[in-house]
Design a binder for this molecule. Sequence first.
Ligand code: GLC
Length: 673
Amino acid sequence: MGTSEAVLQAFSGAVPRPFCSGPCFSKLDIASPSRSFVRFGKRRGLRCRQFHNSSKSLQNGIGIRQFAGKSASESLRVLRCKCQHAESVSGLTAEDGKGTWFVDNTQKLNPIHDTVNGPNVLEFEELKAEKVGLLSDHLPAVGTVNNAVHKTSVTSVEDEAWEMLRESMVYYCGSPIGTIAANDPTSSSVLNYDQVFIRDFIPSGIAFLLKGEYEIVRNFILYTLQLQSWEKTMDCHSPGQGLMPASFKVRTVPLDGDDSATEEVLDPDFGEAAIGRVAPVDSGLWWIILLRAYGKCSGDLTVQERIDVQTGIKMILKLCLADGFDMFPTLLVADGPCMIDRRMGLHGHPLEIQALFYSALLCSREMLTPEDGSADIIRALNNRLVALSFHIREYYWIDMKKLNEIYRYKTEEYSYDAVNKFNIYPDQIPPWLVEWMPNKGGYLIGNLQPAHMDFRFFSLGNLWSVVSSLVTVDQSHAILDLIEAKWADLVAEMPFKICYPALEGQEWQIITGSDPKNTPWSYHNGGSWPTLLWQLTIACIKMNRPEIATRAVEIAEKRISQDKWPEYYDTKRGRFIGKQSCLYQTWSIAGYLVAKLLLADPTAARMLITEEDSELVNAFSCMISANPRRKRGPKSSQQTYIIMYSDLASTVILEMSCFYWDIETSLGCVHGI
Ligand code: GLC
């Protein structure tokens, strides 16, 4: 690494910037609902200029980094910086009055907890410092490491997790805007783990929301929104405008033509630099889910009501709802579009994306303000919700009964009323599944394509289908039943398996391309990921079965801190820290914290849970109970049914054209609600 690179690294990442004394243009920029962004010369990214003495800042930057993750004194530096920051951001509002970024909502009633918001960042850190005996007059001199104080101050795994989470915070122009993926001081190869990943920040954001620290989440939402508009290309090709980056990095670079000044740049990666060049389909969907959670938890609805935020939601939806060649209501994507961001046979219609898609549609429906320009998108959204839910519940669901049906499927049925619509050959049922499927319980398969069912159990997709009500109440319970029945495989010695089982032998060679990182029972290929604890917890709370999550958290708690918060574990039972696993992985830390906080206050999980409308429940159940062999009429006789239903925000008209499956009669039963 060259000196200049070292300088950049020292400035960027998880270090607050106490010396950012110059004007921060990007703040004005971000408050503007017109979604403009500053571009300077040929360099890419959002920019924030700072004028300061470079050498002094460099010393300080390095000084802080040396102690990252280690010193109590460092926390105090963070605290001082936040103190300056609190002053510097106050009073910044949108110029034209349409956007209101820095609305002070700290005294608003919190609709989830029914209490006034908790202390702000600064107050909270002070309280915490007091609690752990770090009052300023007991402090060692700045820059020294007092290990004794540090060790005794960590009173529990949870306290340690909070400390780690705070140390992973990334600042842009003095404002906290995210958390880096991993903050491992011993690692020599960071790859892109020093970036803020959109998906990784979600549990961090939720943890901060649960603590009443809203600013970092609001900043994250608004800055990533600015990146959405960025012109992105790979070899002259541009993806859709609604795409959100997989990650971004704060870089500090010398200002063109001015040696005494630097500027901070937000540099996004939309997949054009990512390993394998995978497009992050999940980023925008998670962004929408976090936006709703922010509004619900903080009570500050001004962010979601902003014109630029509304436009951002619509851009994501437009991209997802665009017509294509596809026959299915599920979203068609390339391989590696989500948490599993390497070649793992996910291309097509992977469950995780469908669950997040459904969840984001429901969240958007709640947040979109009814106006002339939104009518079409709301109609498309409602149509898709019903179609998607029906498709997943009906065709992705598998349990003993369904497995037996597939086992006896006839194939090559050319007709509208085929039972085996996707022409699945019964020989596809893998031998492991015949043994593995419990008598009680079931799950959603990983993917469905013509003549192909991916029978692997993917945890995140199943858990989020419960959280978002993509599956029915019975199916939700059955998923939890299966988790309990298969505890030794899915939880074992570290929750939670990312998927089950692992691809082995020739299958591993063909499907992963002999990926040495994804060997059987490692990483994405059957590894165990502690971050999944938070999604498991919400699913269990929603189904009123929190004891399942409590058990899993207790297992994780036994070793996760001693193991230094690994990104993932290897082996069938999750016994080893992953071969190439990062340590101090932020979403392992945040996932654990969110699980703990929610188990302590289950009602707070409501900010992430979405329930379906009772009218739609009726429509779904009618569809599912309809006779699949009923004859399909000619196209001209297809009817459009109008289903009226209302939610808190508005009454909408749902136009239900009948799709490729036979649902005319079933819908008839809800006609005219
Ligand atoms: C790996 C994971 C991905 C995660 C990233 C940062 O690439 O597969 O899901 O976002 O690391 O932690």
